[in-house]
Write a protein that binds this ligand. Structure first.
Ligand code: BES
Ligand code: MN
Ligand code: MN
Length: 455
């Protein structure tokens, strides 16, 4: 492992340069005009993995964008680790707010700036470069390793279930490792032990057959924008709780020990608030900010539209309005159940004079890690060895649908070993990757493989 550490140090700059080449490919999964880039993106990764002596590298087509699979299975008698990541990225708008173009990655302030640098291309490369460092120094990996890098994570992983069913044998492993989360803070190695799930719906409210003159018809028919605004405004009560009937039915209450563990983390509430730019924190009464964003279910209107949006005034009763509504879920809430409850809620609260339709866009289930499994101590050791600091357990409020799916299907523990930073601007303009985290992340992954090899 000393050789490996030295190799990683000696190749620090090249590892960044190679990541830059991959980040240049605009692999935006949500935009059909980038479908060719998605394919090119998968081929680029597959080619790099092929150079690392993988026994098999394959591009797995799906009904949507392809996934990349690779395996190194020569460590007879050793455990098998499945590494998951995603090669698709979020859209880049508003483009004008980027300091440097999203697909022309550049280094400033010890950071690499560009779309996908941390979510998730940099974190996929952390594993690829750890594999390279071991293969080039000792010849073989100390464990069996399989890697799946999907191309539709940012759009809800609609084809992942089918992929996992069709390739169940190739995805078999003793442990799973996902690097697609952030660390608790700068230099603090953090294992994420909980993710929230997601239910995403779109609500359509229809009124008149076409936009009406608001002088001639205003006051005589229900206005869909007024109706939708009223429906959205009623989704929370004065205590910040969601008013949808049955929403909290299956929520596992936070245990005292979980609350104590979360409270023990060095959370800077004022700094966190400053990083948001919001004037004050808000949330469900009776919970701290970290509890609210990690371990309590929430509902948010992500977008709303309808009626006249152009310049100046136009006097109409709009024909329709719509809103995108997402719920973050915690164990044991189920995305389908929450979607049904949302649909029933909107149907019930819609005022007379409009028609309401609720479309289900996508969902994913929440995850809580079995932290009493010995592999968590092993991962803590590897992570701490690279960063020179004790590893903490944390959760994330975001969602990675694969994690719960593979955990349920395989019964194996999933390590969420993430190397992002809380203020990394994922999904936003000016996404960045901390280059020290990238470097130490490669060491962490190499040490993890080594430690698992000794289990
Ligand atoms: N890497 C994120 C998940 C994440 C978010 C981890 C926040 C840590 C903090 C992932 O790429 C993501 O964006 N997931 C989506 C999932 C959705 C599209 C199903 C999310 O959380 O919105
Ligand atoms: Mn991600
Ligand atoms: Mn993401």
């Amino acid at each position: 492992m000393d050789d490996v550490g030295a190799y990683i140090d000696n190749n620090r700059q090249r590892f960044v340069d190679e990541l830059v080449e991959w980040v240049r490919i605009p692999s935006i999964s949500s935009d059909p005009t980038h479908a060719k880039d998605m394919a090119r993106n998968a081929e680029h990764l597959a080619a790099r993995l092929r150079e690392l002596g993988a026994g098999q590298v394959a591009i797995w087509p799906t009904a949507g964008h392809p996934a990349v699979f690779a395996e190194w299975m020569r460590a007879t008698g050793k455990p098998t680790l499945l590494v998951y990541g995603h090669h698709d990225v979020q859209p880049v708008d508003p483009l004008g707010e980027w300091t440097t173009p999203p697909f022309e990655p550049s280094v400033r302030e010890g950071r690499l700036w560009g779309r996908g640098v941390v979510d998730d291309k940099g974190q996929v490369y952390i594993h690829a470069k750890a594999i390279e460092s071991i293969v080039r120094t000792s010849g073989e990996l100390p464990i069996n390793l399989r890697m799946i890098v999907e191309g539709e994570e940012e759009i809800g992983s609609a084809n992942l279930d089918a992929l996992m069913r069709d390739h169940a044998r190739e995805l078999d492993a003793d442990f799973v490792c996902v690097s697609d989360t952030a660390m608790f803070g700068r230099g603090i190695p953090s294992l994420c032990v909980g993710l929230r799930g997601l239910t995403y719906v779109e609500v359509h409210v229809d009124g008149p057959a076409f936009d009406l003159h608001s002088g001639s018809f205003g006051g005589g028919v229900m206005n869909p924008v007024n109706a939708l605004a009223q429906m959205i405004a009623g989704l929370h009560d004065a205590d910040g709780r969601v008013t949808v009937a049955g929403f909290y039915d299956h929520v596992l209450p936070l245990k005292d020990e979980d609350r104590a563990q979360i409270a023990s983390l060095p959370f800077d509430g004022a700094g966190w608030l400053r990083s948001t730019g919001s004037p004050a924190p808000w949330g469900e009464k009776g919970y701290s900010t970290l509890e609210r964003v990690w371990a309590r279910p929430t509902l948010d209107c992500c977008g709303i539209g309808g009626g006249f949006q152009g310049e100046g005034a136009k006097t109409i009763i709009p024909a329709r309005a719509s809103a995108k509504v997402s719920c973050r879920l915690v164990p044991d809430q189920e995305p389908d159940d929450i979607a049904r409850k949302l649909a029933a809620h909107f149907a019930r609260v819609a005022p007379p004079g409009v028609r309401v339709r609720v479309d289900f866009l996508h969902g994913g289930r929440p995850y809580l890690a079995p932290t009493d499994h010995p592999v968590f101590e092993v991962a803590k050791r590897a992570f701490s060895k690279a960063f020179g600091k004790p590893t903490v357990f944390m959760r994330e409020g975001g969602s990675i649908p694969f994690v719960r799916t593979i955990a349920d299907r395989s019964g194996k523990p999933c390590l969420l070993m993430g190397f992002g930073q809380p203020d990394e601007n994922a999904h936003a303009p000016n996404e960045w990757l901390d280059l020290e985290n990238y470097h130490l992340g490669i060491k962490s992954a190499a040490y993890l493989y080594d430690e698992i090899g000794k289990m």
